[in-house]
Design a protein around this ligand. Structure first.
Ligand SMILES: O=C(O)CCC(=O)C(=O)O
Length: 329
């Protein structure tokens, strides 16, 4: 299959535009970008804090146990990966053994704002607070944003996140190492072939798009950038993004602010076509109404059906659940 594709006549590819950093991050510069609803990259002040490195991060959490993934796929659609192994490993061992490995692909994703009770018990006093206080994202008033979700990403070269979009704005800071990022406008949902179980993930493999299966992807206009230490990327809510680390790297993402309105989700779901609509309706019943457990894709949250069920339930008068409305009463 791969051979047939590479020997065929060259296919059209999405048009790419380079996203150029805009100078040092300021509240004003960020607001201008946010108002326009366009992504952008800022540099953050390199003298603001001691530079981050693998050695510095190794010391951070000591021997606290963390959940990590290894054996991540280097090719193919990330969300369809079957090889991935979930492990629990002491932080310092993850950093010294796995991140420094030249053969493995391993990733650790840590929620810094609401670590689970289990993890909290192992956290050295004040470490998360110190880390959060150093975030350049604070410059733009993130501290006052309601319920930010803050994740630390630490992994080997070759980790990939696959095309997906976040429901709120994302300010993504590269602590060390380099990552290649592609971005696509949320309004072009049809070009990204949303997955039928999770509309916020794409069926297209960003590294090797199969245009015979996904021809509309060639019509997408992509923005392209490589993040280096200190760069801060603004990804507006609903914008597709796909990231790949080029070497050992660490980043902190802050997802915050208003969520994408339901109408925008509906447009993406519609772009998924009849197959996706059937799946969503079935999942609304199975996972929403009947609470069946859902087998998640890698790096994925709720299924679209479950998400729609929760959002619709919130809108019902008196917060009555659809279940109570149709079944229990
Ligand atoms: O850095 C990565 O690999 C993924 C980050 C990401 O997808 C996100 O913050 O939404």
């Amino acid at each position: 299959m791969e051979q047939v594709r590479s020997q065929a006549t060259p296919q059209p590819r999405p048009r790419r535009t380079r996203l150029i950093p805009r100078g040092i991050l300021t509240q004003q510069g960020f607001e201008a970008l946010r108002l326009g609803g366009r992504p952008g990259v800022f540099r953050t002040d390199p003298n603001a804090s001691e530079p981050w490195s693998i050695e510095r991060i190794a010391q951070l959490f000591g021997n606290m146990d963390v959940h990590a993934s290894r054996n991540l796929p280097r090719t193919g659609n990330v969300f369809e990966a079957t090889s991935v192994e979930e492990i629990v490993i002491p932080w310092n061992e993850f950093v010294s053994r796995l991140v420094s490995s030249t053969t493995d692909t391993a990733y650790l994703i840590l929620n810094l704002v609401s670590p689970s009770e289990g993890i909290r018990a192992h956290l050295p006093q004040g470490v998360v607070e110190t880390l959060l206080s150093q975030l350049p994202q604070r410059t733009v008033g993130l501290a006052s944003a309601p319920n930010p979700t803050v994740h630390l990403w630490l992994g080997t070269g070759g980790t990939r996140s696959g095309w997906h979009f976040d429901f709120s704005d994302n300010l993504f800071w590269q602590m060390f190492g380099t990552k290649h990022v592609l971005l696509g406008d949320g309004a072009e949902a049809r070009a990204f072939y949303p997955r039928s179980n999770c509309h916020y993930n794409s069926r297209v493999d960003a590294d090797d798009p199969d245009l015979s299966r996904f021809p509309r992807y060639a019509d997408a206009t992509l923005l392209d950038c490589t993040l280096a230490a200190g760069d801060l990327l603004y990804i507006p809510r609903g914008w597709w993004h796909s990231l790949r680390s080029l070497n050992v790297s660490s980043s902190i993402s802050c997802v915050f602010g208003d969520e994408l309105p339901l109408s925008r989700h509906a447009k993406v779901i519609l772009a998924g076509g009849p197959e996706a609509w059937k799946r969503v309706i079935s999942d609304v019943f199975m996972q929403g109404l009947l609470r069946h457990k859902y087998k998640r894709d890698l790096y994925s949250g709720h299924s679209t059906g479950e998400f729609m069920y929760r959002r619709l339930r919130r809108r019902l008068p008196g917060r009555k659940s659809i279940y109570r409305l149709f079944v229990a009463t």
